[in-house]
Design a protein around this ligand. Structure first.
Ligand code: PLP
Length: 222
């Protein structure tokens, strides 16, 4: 079913929207099936799991880290990770910069913005984003590049609320995009939308969706 699911989702995607296949907890065979169906971008939320999968799967896969990061593990993925979505602390950026430098790379990053009203979600506030993007400390990091924002909406079926949360992220993204243009900061990607809410996210300006269960089926955490 993985191939069918992928093709069905892709058929309806606007051209400017990138699909990240979220393969966390899924076995290698499932990723290989998606790969054989043409998928090249995979998202994982645990660094060790991503490293293990990277080691055995084809080398033209682009690996996205979508989970909450522990700084001490960044070094394990610094040689190959393609995009890091969930950055919610300056300290993490500094560590990514340090590890990227060791590999003579520039690693693309998305800043996570807190849009959900739920207390449990991570991310910078709008004010913190503005301060960070204007800071000298950020300008000094030569081995990272901020290429956009990422957000997670509340876990709710209230479409009105989801729409408000997506729109709030879109609004700050568009605003900062106009005024931010430095060597290591060019905002192009807006990562929002998951299996349950991606059509709404796209309607509200998403350019990158992170879809897991609609492709691979429900996850079993036992
Ligand atoms: C697991 C996860 C997803 C995918 O969730 P689904 O509902 O299975 O599509 C997307 N984004 C993040 C940050 C995740 O952790």
């Amino acid at each position: 079913m993985i191939k069918e699911n992928l093709l069905r989702i892709k058929k309806k995607l606007p051209e400017n929207v990138t699909l990240v296949a979220v393969s966390k907890t899924k076995p290698i065979a499932d990723l290989q099936e998606a790969y054989d169906a043409g998928q090249r971008i995979f998202g994982e939320n645990k660094i060790q799991e991503m490293v293990d999968k990277h080691n055995v799967l084809p080398k033209d896969i682009q690996w996205h880290m979508i989970g909450h990061l522990q700084s001490n593990k960044v070094k394990y993925m610094a040689s190959f990770v393609n995009l890091i979505h969930g950055i919610d602390k300056f300290k993490t950026l500094k560590e990514i910069n340090k590890q990227a430098k060791k590999h003579d790379r520039i690693i693309d990053c998305l800043l996570q913005v807190k849009i959900a009203k739920e207390e449990t979600k991570f991310g910078f506030s709008t004010d913190e984003i503005k301060t960070l993007l204007n800071s000298k400390e950020l300008a000094d990091l030569e081995n990272i590049k901020i290429v956009g924002f990422m957000g997670m909406a509340s876990f709710t079926e209230d479409e009105q609320q989801l729409q408000e949360e997506f729109l709030s992220l879109k609004t700050i993204f568009e605003k900062q995009k106009q005024i931010t243009d430095t060597k290591n900061c060019k905002l192009q990607i807006l990562s929002m939308g998951m299996s349950g809410d991606y059509p709404l996210a796209i309607a509200n300006g998403s350019t990158m969706i992170r879809v897991g269960s609609s492709i691979f089926g429900n996850r079993n955490y036992n």
